[in-house]
Design a protein around this ligand. Structure first.
Ligand code: PLP
Length: 285
């Protein structure tokens, strides 16, 4: 596989990043994941805009290659022959001379930029999307700036492990009795014909897929409420689903012990998944 590191396309085995890189030492970096369907990028502009915001919130310099990122994504998709899969992009504050909590002088360090692809044949019709997934609820003990897409992913990883041990597929995180989001996705419930998802704030990541799905839902005259909801409401919902760049709209059929509806993906989730895939394929670049 060919990867991109700081201006160079290299075989993955030749790619190197310093051990002093602040993302390695302090999780001082941000990332984006963009899906590829039929060799084209889904919602690239949204991901680029969020990257710019994450960098600016953390005072990380925009890398020199920022304006070439579309071209770099496309080139990696091309050389690696990706039909369905994803492109991972990470930008870190860079490698300072020594380990120090204080940010290095931006004159002295350049951000590190790494991109690689992952091929996922059949990404848009995974068995999980047909069966739906089971989620457990866990406490949300992450930091207070979840709107910034940092590489600080230890607790989400632990959450996925807790889910796995419990025989589930993923975890929804709970703060003050309310669902914030999934470990790597935004969370939704459906009551009657209303789609409910938490309002945007620093408590959740502002999902690029979320923005698109809510837009498509409104265009299709579906009712949307952006408000927080409790885990009890979720257990009592008619349907539930999650959204992310790599899973699109993924039906949820069980929350803790509560089976939703008849335990199969509900009509609203299925319809939204279809609309999302159709519309985002049309807009892919
Ligand atoms: N919430 C969290 C915590 C995430 O990690 C992600 C994606 O990785 C999302 C939500 C979904 O965001 P997007 O739709 O932009 O992939």
């Amino acid at each position: 596989r060919t990867v991109y590191v700081n201006g160079q396309y290299l075989p993955e085995g030749d790619a190197k990043v310093s051990i002093f890189d602040r993302a390695f030492l302090m999780a001082d970096g941000v990332y984006e994941v963009t899906s590829v369907l039929d060799g084209k990028l889904i919602d690239f502009d949204g991901h680029l805009a969020r990257l710019e915001r994450s960098l600016s919130e953390l005072d990380i310099q925009k890398p020199d290659c920022f304006d070439d990122l579309l071209e770099i994504h496309r080139e990696l998709v091309r050389v690696n022959g990706i039909t369905d899969g994803m492109v991972y992009l990470q930008v870190t504050r860079g490698a300072a001379e020594d380990r120090d909590f204080v940010f290095p002088d931006p004159e002295e360090v350049k951000p590190t930029v790494v991109l690689f692809t992952q091929s996922k044949p059949g990404l848009a019709d995974s068995p999980a999307s047909k069966k739906g997934i089971k989620v457990i609820s866990i406490e949300d003990i992450r930091w207070g700036r979840r709107d910034i897409k940092t590489v600080q992913l230890l607790y989400p990883s632990m959450g996925k492990m807790m889910a796995k041990k419990a025989g589930a597929d993923d975890a929804w995180m709970i703060e003050d009795g309310h669902v914030t989001e999934g470990t790597s996705n935004n969370a939704y419930i459906v009551k009657g014909d209303t789609i409910i998802t938490r309002q945007l704030s620093n408590d959740i990541l502002h999902g690029i897929t979320r923005a698109a799905v809510l837009r498509f839902a409104r265009e299709a005259q579906m009712k949307v409420e952006e408000r927080h909801f409790t885990i009890d409401e979720a257990k009592d919902a008619d349907e539930a689903f999650v959204t992310s760049a790599s899973t699109f709209v993924m039906p949820v059929v069980q929350v803790d012990e509560a089976v939703l509806g008849d335990g199969t993906p509900g009509p609203v989730s299925k319809r939204l998944r279809e609309i999302y895939l159709e519309e985002s394929r049309k807009a892919a670049i």
